[in-house]
Design a binder for this molecule. Structure first.
Ligand SMILES: Cc1cc2nc3c(=O)[nH]c(=O)nc-3n(C[C@H](O)[C@H](O)[C@H](O)COP(=O)(O)OP(=O)(O)OC[C@H]3O[C@@H](n4cnc5c(N)ncnc54)[C@H](O)[C@@H]3O)c2cc1C
Length: 508
């Protein structure tokens, strides 16, 4: 069973084995920003060649791990975050912020020769007595949250991989096992405690600073402030159920056609459902496979039965693996964990779920041709590509509308949609440009095809976006301008725009 889950974790985001952390020697000296921070927060600043520094260098991708800040600062309270932001913005010192460290691109949540604010110690988890709200500190990984909530029989709309950080996932959107019922993670935040560029601490909710609340629902946090607490909607939750299936690549078109039907008809009919299809390549056999995860938020009754909306997948006769499991959220998060130690890139295109078989054939051909070109040039590397299909059905789009909606600019009439992302991993630094440029080109080619076949949408999902994708521009002009206005209101001097380094920022 574990082997089966591992295959699905690979489907979810290809992976290979990890490496140890202490093999690199950072050489950077401390700088003025670190000295200033150490003066106001003694004991919270970690310099290169110290144990504390190495602890903070745990990043999922190698590109981020190799990035060496002048120092990490690890605040232990919201007040300390406020002191840090005040110090950095007054000194005009560049910085970035790390939660779970899972954005793959170099400089995504780590910074060369600057300050990385590592939120690791802000890891409180507080359950309200009515069990309807859980307050979560921004330094938590999702496994910290589920391990507390599972024994109580409650859950929040959160991540599916144990090590992903709560902050990045929620702030970028957050596709969850529970999204069919509740929407994405950002749609299930009651309120955010936020530290602004000035160091001021405010609360954003539907009734307080509601413009900032809207912006933080997918607008990209780097222009607005550091979130120091997420108050999340909680609900009763038992076991999650999954049917894991694998099919040979020759069945790709049939499997994806079933997935389109599920997204369009099955998911709105049974909102407990979620799922994905990964078109993966076995490098030793050279064969592609379609690896499918069909999940339900409620265990079926009787337990060995298959929910009606998933039954069509059972009719595809070519399955090479077909198993079911029911377990708590923590078990799924552990089994979906994608190991550290590889170099990674990705990007995504979101299209109408009504795409034709011909369109699918064309984009799979683009994907496979790109892979062949990579393998011809990889040297002694072993590049691992994936094409990952994830649903955005109309019930999810509907759930996104609550509390004034989010920043994405999507409505139920835009859907149903399917996101295709292309996570790709490799080992050798000399292949960085090769893989990154081929992934960018693949995204551009798929976008072009989507336009040609009239299934294109400008929406790009921030949390799987490529390093050069202009995410917020895809939210529509009105939403983009609104985000800029809100950023100007809460950071009039544009300090965060200037100093907070990373990806998916507004132009301002
Ligand atoms: C293995 C794996 C599995 C994944 N699974 C899912 C999934 O199931 N669903 C899904 O939707 N996405 C998933 N993702 C994508 C994931 O949501 C994004 O990569 C996300 O950015 C990771 O969050 P993080 O906190 O770990 O990242 P980080 O790299 O720490 O941060 C990401 C960004 O958020 C900023 N940031 C961090 N903390 C704060 C804060 N407190 N306030 C303001 N800004 C902050 C950082 O500066 C950075 O720009 C997955 C990614 C990986 C690698």
């Amino acid at each position: 069973m574990v082997v089966q889950f591992r295959a699905l974790s690979i489907a979810l985001l290809c992976s290979l084995s990890g490496i140890t952390l202490a093999t690199r020697t950072p050489l950077y000296a401390r700088d003025d920003a670190c000295t200033a921070l150490a003066a106001v927060l003694p004991g919270d600043v970690a310099y290169p060649n110290t144990t504390a520094f190495f602890q903070s260098t745990s990043y999922w991708s190698e590109q981020q791990f190799e990035t060496r800040p002048s120092c990490f600062v690890t605040p232990k309270s919201t007040k300390a975050v406020s002191t840090i932001l005040k110090t950095l913005t007054q000194g005009n010192w560049p910085f970035t912020v790390k939660s779970g460290g899972h954005i793959p691109f170099a400089g995504g949540s780590n910074i060369e020769n600057g300050v990385t604010v590592d939120l690791v110690h802000l890891n409180d988890i507080k359950i309200f007595p009515d069990r309807q709200t859980v307050s979560v500190g921004p330094g938590n990984r999702w496994i910290n949250v589920t391990e507390v909530l599972d024994p109580l029989g409650i859950a929040v709309t959160g991540g599916r991989d144990m090590n992903v950080g709560v902050s990045g996932l929620i702030l970028g959107g957050g596709i969850s096992f529970f999204s069919g019922q509740y929407g994405w993670a950002c749609d299930n935040v009651r309120g955010y405690e936020v530290v602004l560029a000035s160091g001021r601490i405010i609360y954003a909710s539907p009734s307080e600073n509601d413009d900032l609340y809207w912006a933080l629902r997918g607008g990209g946090s780097l222009n607005f402030g550091i979130v120091t607490r997420f108050d999340l909607v909680a609900f009763d939750q038992g076991k999650i159920w999954m049917n894991a299936l694998s099919f040979p690549g020759t069945s790709n078109a049939t499997v994806i056609a079933h997935f389109q039907n599920l997204t369009t008809y099955g998911m709105p009919e049974d909102t407990g459902t979620s799922g994905f299809v990964g078109i993966n390549l076995n490098r030793s056999s050279g064969a592609y496979s379609a690896d499918v995860g069909l999940l339900h938020a409620t265990e079926p009754s009787p337990p060995e039965s298959i929910p009606a909306v998933f039954k069509p997948f059972q009719q595809i006769s070519s399955a090479t693996a077909n198993s079911t499991t029911a377990a708590d959220a923590s078990t799924f998060l552990r089994l979906f964990a994608t190991p550290y130690g590889r170099r990674w890139t990705w990007g995504n295109v979101v299209i109408s779920a009504s795409f034709s078989r011909k369109f699918l054939a064309e984009i799979l051909s683009l994907y496979q041709s790109r892979n062949i070109a990579l393998f011809e040039n990889e040297g002694d590397d072993e590049i691992a590509p994936t094409a990952l299909f994830q649903p955005i059905p109309s019930n999810v789009l509907q759930a996104m509308q609550k509390n004034g909606g989010n920043a994405f600019g999507l409505t139920p009439s835009d859907g149903p949609l399917i996101m295709i992302s292309f996570p790709t991993s490799w080992a050798n630094r000399q292949n960085d440009e090769l893989v990154q440029s081929s992934t960018r080109k693949l995204i551009a080619d798929v976008e072009r095809k989507a336009k040609e076949y009239k299934v294109y949408t400008p929406f790009v999902y921030l949390n799987y976006a490529g390093d050069k994708q202009e995410v917020q521009k895809g939210y529509g002009k009105e939403n983009y301008n609104r985000l800029e206005r809100i950023a100007r209101k809460y950071d009039p001097q544009g300090k965060l725009a200037q100093l907070w380094k990373g990806y998916f920022k507004l132009d301002r």
